[in-house]
Design a protein around this ligand. Structure first.
Ligand code: PLP
Length: 355
């Protein structure tokens, strides 16, 4: 029996979209493929509020995170860390031998523009990595305000992981001057895992050309060359692209503003519920609009709750991430999930826990 996913990735995929994966295959060097590619581009650009090209990565989000730091840092990268995924980005930067420093703060609190300003004043950096929505803690960093600060330093590129936010929250890539913003599609896009997308600014493309290639597969210059032919350098996840194309149509049909408003409404429902019965892990004012990390103030056995929900109700939520397992649990309210479904889940949890 299928267990309905309320996990912050992968998220539930609608049957109509799953069907798209079995579209008869086209050859990736054929005009049919280029047609598919050119259909997808403007829709992704709309979703990301950008005129920049949007590259398609046949990898999970981690691959696109690696592409950002291997292609776009010449001098030194500042990795802003306040959660597991931003920490991972620092580890990726280190693992690739890219000069970098982590600026790490308490995971419960948001990164503030002023902190970033203080770090950049050193003049050491030409790139900053920021995770917009920390999926490990349910915390949304103030991206627009941080972008404003970064933009005061003309040589510093802003690289953003928007994995669990994009397609659920508005990201104005061009207005905020974001050089690289990436997302995997198994979160708020509500698609099966295995594909990532990233918009790349013009100046980022120039810098990528100047950096000695650190990666063969994740090479933005190569990707751009292929992009100009409406192709990808190697065989892409063609089944995914059919599904992405259809899902983008559905998102635009729903209306982006309506989609973002639905995410906000779901967040309100879950967060007022969490405050009523428990508490919320992250700093108030920065609660994520796509998932809630509930602080287990009642000392419930989280693993038991999760297995009961799965076994008896075919519903799946997530335990806390890493060291905050059992101390927290996470409910995703993103993708194609509707308000009544989220209400239904909360009623079931109340029943199971006798709240
Ligand atoms: C899920 C997630 C990732 C990692 O994604 P993969 O697709 O598993 O590589 C990175 N960053 C954030 C914020 C995420 O939520």
């Amino acid at each position: 029996m299928h267990k309905r996913l309320f996990t912050p990735g992968p998220t539930e995929v609608r049957p109509e979209i799953l069907k798209e994966l079995s579209t008869p295959q086209v050859h990736h060097r054929s005009p049919e493929f280029s047609k598919l590619y050119t259909e997808i581009q403007p829709k992704l650009q709309k979703l990301m509020y950008t005129k920049n090209p949007v590259f398609l990565f046949t990898s999970s989000s981690t691959g696109a995170m690696e592409a950002a730091v291997t292609n776009l840092v010449v001098k030194r990268c500042l990795n802003l860390v306040n959660g597991a995924f931003s920490k991972r980005w620092h580890e990726i930067t280190v693992a690739n031998g890219v000069p970098c420093d982590a600026f790490e703060i308490d995971w419960e609190v948001a990164l503030k523009p002023q902190m970033v300003d203080e770090q950049l004043q050193s003049g050491k950096y030409d790139a900053v990595t920021l995770v917009f929505n920390e999926t490990s803690t349910g915390l949304m960093n103030p991206l627009r305000e941080i972008a404003e600060v970064v933009n005061r330093y003309p040589d510093v590129f802003l690289l953003v992981d928007a994995v669990s936010a994009m397609a659920g929250v508005k990201i104005e890539t061009d207005a905020w001057n974001i050089d690289f913003v990436l997302a995997g599609v198994q979160k708020a896009f509500a698609l099966p895992a295995g594909l990532a997308v990233a918009s790349v600014s013009e100046r980022a493309l120039s810098r990528a050309q100047a950096v000695p290639p650190r990666s063969y597969y994740f090479n933005l210059t190569k990707m751009h060359k292929s992009h100009l032919k409406n192709q990808t350098p190697s065989t892409p996840a063609i089944p995914h692209l059919f599904a992405l194309n259809a899902q983008l149509d559905d998102m635009l049909d729903e209306g982006l503003d309506e989609r973002f408003a639905r995410h906000e409404a779901m967040a309100k429902i879950v967060q007022s519920w969490a405050v009523k019965y428990f508490d919320i892990y992250s700093e108030e004012g920065y609660w994520s609009k796509t998932l809630t990390c509930v602080k287990n103030t009642r000392g419930i056995a989280v693993a038991d709750l999760i297995s009961t929900l799965a076994k008896d109700y075919n519903l799946r939520i997530s335990n806390g991430y890493g060291s905050i397992k059992e101390k927290t649990f996470r409910i995703a309210h993103m993708g194609d999930t509707q308000l009544d479904e989220i209400e239904g889940l909360l009623r079931v949890i109340e029943t199971v826990l006798n709240l």
